[in-house]
Ligand binder design. Structure first.
Ligand code: TXE
Length: 480
């Protein structure tokens, strides 16, 4: 069995406590590796390495930092197939998805910020009024990046690439459930010529390692993606130290489908926005609001298409849905189906654990599930499930659709389907969400701000927003 190690100051090291956590392959239910459960002493060693490295790294030109980030992207790209296999094994997601989405996007994240830092204005001058103001964007120092299990390298790189590009040194922690690609990233960084200590990857649980990062007094900012409850805990720890916080939290995203949409395109995309990555994407649409004049037509076609999806071994090319991340998570999601039934819902399809024969017999698989007949304010329609479960809710007017869409504590993403651009834009404007897609889903221009409103988060990632988050503007005002 493989034993993973922390990557601190450019070296692979064991946790000082010698405590390890089991790493499971969700598709088989088998333990295949051990990952460090690092403590505050390990985090402190990483912070000291990062603080030491910051002196030199912050003086690198943007161009030199950019070259190293491109070299990291090259390193991952060269091993794309291997990385995709690691990611699929760790998460249970279809290998084809890891190959076409997760790992290519991690490569793009490094490339994007390698290029974007060259266009980012780090120095500007404002004259007039008898003074000259020189405004400089300075890197913060040591920053913490904490990421979840659903899109492991994709979301880890989405944080560390802008942090490094802006001249910071990083102490990063991937989810303890999916540590493998972050572990492998260490070697790529060394090969790419990233100086020692600039990126430190410390593995472990949220309780031990995560909280040691968020409470460390020398860490200036925390960029976090994960559950809303965890975001709350992190805020409580970090706020009294006046750390900058970027929080990307949960969602309960509405898909609003009007009768005048392009039905076939909408249906094909709604299948993806419901069940891609087993529904374990914070941007998946989990409440499908359908105009009542097409409700039955949509329901029947959607159920039929869902029934043709294949739940199976992530390594098989024709698999649409792989395994859920863990036994506990599978039980949680199945628990929501039971709750929905108690709340008066009808399971139109799915709702059960799926048994996959052969090597995956012990895996955490579940049928894609559609439920209707629930009120918009019941728990099933209010709480994030984060699995292959969607609900259908009919609506009869634009105003009602907007009211239902905005009726949860979340505000991450939404989708509007309509052939009438004015109406679609009018509705999009009224929805409380960080991103609204009209007639599409998951289309991303990385220059645009990304994040959630309400309890879906704080701050924005992407483009200039991310680079500004990892910088402190300083103004030097000279009398003229
Ligand atoms: O998230 P956690 P989990 C949601 C989803 C899911 C729920 C729980 O609803 O069911 O979150 O998933 C680290 N201090 N999303 O348990 O616990 C943890 O080790 C510092 C939505 O994975 O929030 C991991 O690295 N760090 C989300 C990271 O935080 C702590 C994607 C996320 O774990 C910590 C994933 C602490 N006290 C889950 N506790 C999205 N919106 O993309 C945990 N961590």
């Amino acid at each position: 069995m493989e034993t993973l190690a922390n990557y601190i100051n450019g070296e692979f090291t064991a946790p000082s406590s010698r405590n390890y956590l089991d790493v499971f392959e969700p598709a088989t239910g088998q333990i295949y590796a051990q990952t460090p459960d690092s403590n505050s002493a390990d985090v402190d060693t990483a912070v000291q390495a990062a603080a030491h490295a910051f002196g030199a790294w912050s003086t690198f030109s943007a161009n030199d930092r950019s070259k190293i980030l491109h070299a990291i992207a090259d390193g991952i790209e060269k091993r794309l197939d291997e990385f995709a296999e690691f990611e699929s094994r760790d998460t249970g997601k279809p290998l084809a998805l890891a190959k076409s989405v997760d790992i290519p996007r991690a490569v793009t994240n490094f490339r994007f910020f390698a290029d974007h830092i060259l266009e980012f204005e780090t120095e500007s001058i404002l004259g007039g009024n008898g003074s000259k103001n020189k405004i400089v964007q300075k890197p913060l120092g040591v920053v913490g990046c904490i990421s979840p299990w659903n899109l492991p390298l994709y979301l880890f790189s989405w944080k560390i690439a802008p942090a490094l590009a802006a001249g910071n040194c990083v102490v990063g922690k991937p989810s303890e459930l999916t540590p493998y690609t972050a572990f492998k990233l260490g070697t790529i960084c060394t090969e790419a010529g990233l100086p020692k200590g600039v990126l430190n990857i410390v593995h472990g649980s949220g309780q031990n390692t995560g909280s040691a990062i968020t409470s460390h007094s020398e860490i200036k900012a925390i960029s976090f993606t994960g559950g809303t409850k965890t975001g709350e805990t992190i805020s409580r720890t970090a706020a009294p130290q006046f750390k900058k916080l970027s929080l990307e939290l949960g969602g309960k995203n509405p898909n609003i489908i009007f009768a005048d949409c392009d039905f076939d395109t909408m249906l094909a995309t709604t299948i993806k926005s419901s069940f891609s990555n087993q529904g374990e994407i914070c941007l998946c649409g989990s409440r499908i609001l359908v105009e009542d004049s097409i409700y039955e037509r949509f329901r029947d076609a959607f159920v039929e298409k869902t029934n043709s999806l294949i739940v199976g071994d992530p390594n098989e090319n024709n698999t649409d849905l792989g395994a859920l991340i863990s036994k506990g998570h599978l039980e949680k999601v199945l628990g929501y189906v039971a709750l929905a039934e108690k709340e008066g819902g009808t399971v139109l399809t799915g709702g059960e654990k799926t048994l996959v024969n052969g090597r995956c017999a012990g895996g955490y698989f579940m049928e894609p599930t559609i439920i209707d007949g629930l009120s918009a304010d019941c728990r099933t329609n209010q709480e994030e499930i984060f699995g292959p479960v969607v609900t259908l809710i009919p609506f009869s007017s634009e105003a009602e659709a907007v009211t239902i869409a905005n009726s949860t504590q979340y505000g991450l993403a939404a989708t509007v389907w309509s052939g009438a651009p004015e109406k679609a834009n009018r509705v999009a404007e009224q929805i409380d969400a960080g991103i609204v897609w009209i007639n599409c889903w998951m289309v991303r221009d990385l220059r645009t701000p990304f994040g959630g409103m309400k309890n879906s988060g704080l701050g924005r990632e992407g483009g200039d927003e991310a680079l500004r988050f990892f910088a402190e503007p300083k103004n030097v005002c000279t009398a003229e």
